[in-house]
Design a protein around this ligand. Structure first.
Ligand SMILES: [Ca+2]
Length: 379
């Protein structure tokens, strides 16, 4: 062994020792969707390619449509359009994406949106906030404020998921690799990252590279491909799922400063069939404790804490696009996840949210796509 090889071996060992102890990665990609459904699914309304759903404190929902529509919807299915959404670049995976309700909504009346905007040299992921203004009849966005705009622009795989920490003081945002994989490892590119921001969209104090300029100051974790799920568990841990390439969808516990490896390592391969090194070959990258190969194409993530489905308490609920399913993930005493059951929904599931009464709501990725309420029979 040469001196430099010995040095790199020592470095690898040191990095491996610094990583959190984790159980072996579990592949849930071959699990069948055979779970008996403890719910009835009731179709509430239909939308044109719905992308995200979020509940207001009063039990109404906000629903985005990928082509650019934003709606307020009652639990009986009465829809009203919200005006003031800016022009979006709606094509392929791009368009109007996530909607999230401010953790201080009762005081600030604010919602957050992500969308892909037309821009020079491509299309850019944008994070914006606005007040949901229902004064004077109808609903509109007022005091619209753009908080973040990705530069340079890119192609598909935008990410764009918003989550707030349990304290309601920070906004977390996923950014996809925009189909340029190597940019996920570039600390100066707003690609393949999770950002941690203030509620006004500024780099949050205490971030791993808080003293640096630009993208680095915003970055909480790096090396992601295309994350369409991000949420805090009841125990305060942050979880993310991201789509793999050909195989290797990942469910990752997100910790500050860690690198999750894309595109250097993956549990899937290139679409061409060309292999990608596996996570276990590079311990300096955080490996997913749970992954899917075959893929489910995960979209939407919500943790369940209500009593309406008592057996689901503490579970993560994940929609499957390619999987045509709803996946329930449970955690052992060490916090390690595994897929507990998979419900066949016979449609591409784009997002999942839990209503104030504990019912689970999902939307189908279709044209039209249905908004469905899942509740125990008769509830
Ligand atoms: Ca990874």
């Amino acid at each position: 062994m040469t001196t430099s090889a010995f040095r790199s071996l020592l470095l690898s060992l040191a990095l491996a020792a610094a990583m959190p102890a984790a159980a072996a990665s579990i592949n849930a990609g071959d699990r069948p969707a055979t779970a008996k459904k403890p719910f009835e699914a009731t179709a509430i309304a239909e939308f044109d390619t719905p992308w995200a759903i979020a509940f207001l404190p009063d039990g109404r929902l906000l629903v985005t449509e990928k082509p650019g529509g934003l709606f307020l919807v009652t639990q009986k299915g009465e829809k009203s359009g919200v005006s003031g959404v800016p022009e979006v670049a709606a094509s392929g995976q791009n368009g109007l994406l996530d909607v999230a309700v401010s953790p201080r909504y009762s005081e600030d009346g604010t919602i957050y949106l992500t969308y892909v905007a037309p821009d020079r040299g491509g299309t850019s992921l944008v994070l914006a906030k606005a007040r949901l203004d229902e004064s004077g009849g109808g609903a509109r966005l007022s005091e619209f404020s753009e908080l973040f705009r990705q530069k340079p622009g890119g192609r598909g795989q935008p990410g764009g998921i918003i989550a707030f920490d349990p304290e309601g003081t920070h906004l977390f945002l996923t950014v996809g690799d925009r189909m340029e994989p190597e940019t996920a490892q570039d600390p100066d590119m707003a690609r393949g990252k999770v950002f941690r921001l203030t509620l006004d969209g500024k780099p949050a104090p205490g971030n791993p590279e808080a003293g640096k300029p630009g993208v680095a100051a915003m970055t909480w974790s790096t090396g992601h491909r295309n994350p369409y799920g991000l949420a805090f568990a009841p125990d305060g841990r942050l979880w993310l799922h991201e789509m793999g390439p050909k195989g290797g969808d990942e469910f990752n516990r997100i910790e500050p400063g860690l690198n999750y490896g894309w595109p250097v390592v993956s549990n899937g391969d290139q679409y061409s069939g060309a292999p990608i090194a596996r996570h276990e070959t590079r311990p300096e990258f955080a490996a997913p404790p749970l992954y899917w190969n075959l893929v489910i194409a995960p979209a939407g993530l919500a943790f369940y804490e209500s009593g309406l489905f008592p057996e689901w308490k503490g579970s993560a609920l994940i929609g499957g696009l390619a999987g045509l399913c709803l996946v329930r993930v449970t955690f052992d005493e060490g916090g390690n996840p595994d897929e507990a059951e998979r419900f066949d929904m016979e449609a591409r599931i784009r997002d999942v949210a839990v209503a104030p009464d504990g019912a689970v709501w999902i939307v189908e990725d279709d044209q039209p796509g249905r908004l469905l309420r899942l509740a125990p029979p008769g509830k």
